[in-house]
Design a binder for this molecule. Structure first.
Ligand SMILES: Cc1cc2nc3c(=O)[nH]c(=O)nc-3n(C[C@H](O)[C@H](O)[C@H](O)COP(=O)(O)OP(=O)(O)OC[C@H]3O[C@@H](n4cnc5c(N)ncnc54)[C@H](O)[C@@H]3O)c2cc1C
Length: 362
């Protein structure tokens, strides 16, 4: 018997486990494959929604809380694990944005640094960018982390505080008289009066038998990475639905597609070529860099990208923290703190209603 079972070992499961264990709970985390190898590994690690003004306040509130906490979180993880998540303020350069008025209103209302620039000035922000553009937006405070490093450091940091079972797939929930009692896995039964579903794109599968399961579905994203030289590309750049993210060691990520193919997680040559063409059109010098890797991940898609955070109304002790769609890395710290507040019945760090299971999302 443990105080709380967490299902899923992505960034959301691990941060939730970290919060609950820090509050003195005995926590067990169950992961069906290897820790941090799904969406949380595959993502770009931008610590901001793309075009944040296109999201609801509920998403932006979580993002703002997390953005404030990331510098200290990364420091704490680095110290505890010896692995640096490489939190880096790269800034975000948006090329020819469509909704400039909305962006300006958003920056004013939310007190965010945002500057409109002329297309001819883009190269003064990113020297190797070669694209004809009319206008740009410069957001100097946008940061990034390196996903595999973040998940590895989180794992190392919580490993001696939380019981972690990898290759342990939760098959079903054990519920008696509308109270959760634990889970049945492909290895053994685990008992607890509190279970938190943090199973990313797979979360709905586990909650299928409920009258109103959360609307979470897999949305595939493909990315490529170039092995380039350090400091040639230094800003995150975004043009329509594609972006370029430079890492500290010179590697450059280019992403990402949005595809609805169920739980299939294969890469395609067409997407690789499309991402490569996009990259070379913007940064011609990448023609000399090797594409080191091409991968796909399943985002936990949800209506308007608003995550589900809270207790399920039908079953006492059963919670969900999932559906972060394109923003699980930036929303994670706030989302997991809020979920912990709800479980522990502490004053919530943000109002919880917008994320509740029955909140209107459409
Ligand atoms: C290409 C791409 C780019 C992205 N870029 C960004 C970005 O720049 N910024 C950002 O903030 N977000 C980004 N995201 C989104 C972000 O990665 C996700 O929102 C986030 O990782 C979700 O975390 P999670 O822990 O909920 O899911 P996951 O990381 O998928 O973890 C869920 C875990 O649950 C496990 N699991 C599932 N079912 C079971 C079961 N029955 N039993 C046990 N374990 C189970 C899975 O194996 C998995 O490890 C991107 C995503 C992709 C794919």
């Amino acid at each position: 018997m443990t105080d709380c079972l967490i299902v899923g070992g992505g960034i959301i499961g691990m941060l939730t486990a970290r919060e609950l264990s820090a509050a003195g709970m005995d926590v067990t985390l169950l992961e069906q494959s290897r820790i941090g190898r799904e969406s949380s590994w595959a993502g770009g690690g931008i610590i901001s929604p793309l075009y944040p003004w296109r999201y609801t306040n509920s998403v932006n509130d979580l993002a703002a809380w997390s953005q404030q906490s990331y510098p200290s979180l990364s420091e704490e993880l680095k110290e505890a694990s010896g692995i640096d998540p490489e939190y880096t303020i790269s800034g975000l350069l948006i090329i020819d944005p469509e909704d400039i008025d909305k962006a300006v209103d958003w920056s004013f209302n939310r007190k965010q640094n945002l500057k409109l620039i002329d297309g001819s000035d883009l190269t003064s922000y990113e020297q190797t960018l070669k694209i004809d553009a009319k206008q740009g937006i410069w957001m100097p405070d946008v940061a990034q982390v390196r996903n595999p490093r973040l998940t590895q450091s989180l794992y190392k940091a919580i490993n001696d505080k939380v019981q972690i079972h990898q290759h342990c797939k939760v098959d079903e929930l054990i519920v008696e008289n509308r109270q959760v009692k634990g889970v049945e896995t492909d290895k053994q039964r685990f008992e607890a009066d509190r279970v938190v579903i943090c199973a990313g794109a797979w979360s709905r599968t586990l909650l299928q038998s409920l009258a109103t399961p959360p609307t979470i579905e897999p949305v595939l994203g493909q990315m490529i990475i170039f092995k380039h030289q350090p400091e040639r590309i230094t800003r995150i750049t975004l043009h329509q639905d594609r972006y370029v993210i430079p890492r500290r060691d010179g590697r450059v990520l280019v992403g990402s597609t949005l595809e609805h193919r169920g739980f299939e997680k294969t890469t395609t040559e067409a997407a690789k070529q499309e991402l490569k063409t996009y990259a070379l059109n913007h940064f011609p010098e990448l023609a000399h860099a090797e594409i080191e890797h091409h991968w796909a991940g399943l985002r936990p898609g949800s209506p308007k990208g608003i995550p589900y955070i809270g207790e399920l109304p039908e079953i006492s002790g059963l919670y969900v923290n999932a559906g972060h769609f394109r923003n699980g890395v930036v929303l994670g710290p706030a989302s997991c703190r809020l979920l912990a507040d709800i479980v522990l019945e502490r004053p919530p760090v943000l109002p919880s209603q917008p994320y509740s299971l029955d909140a209107k999302r459409f």
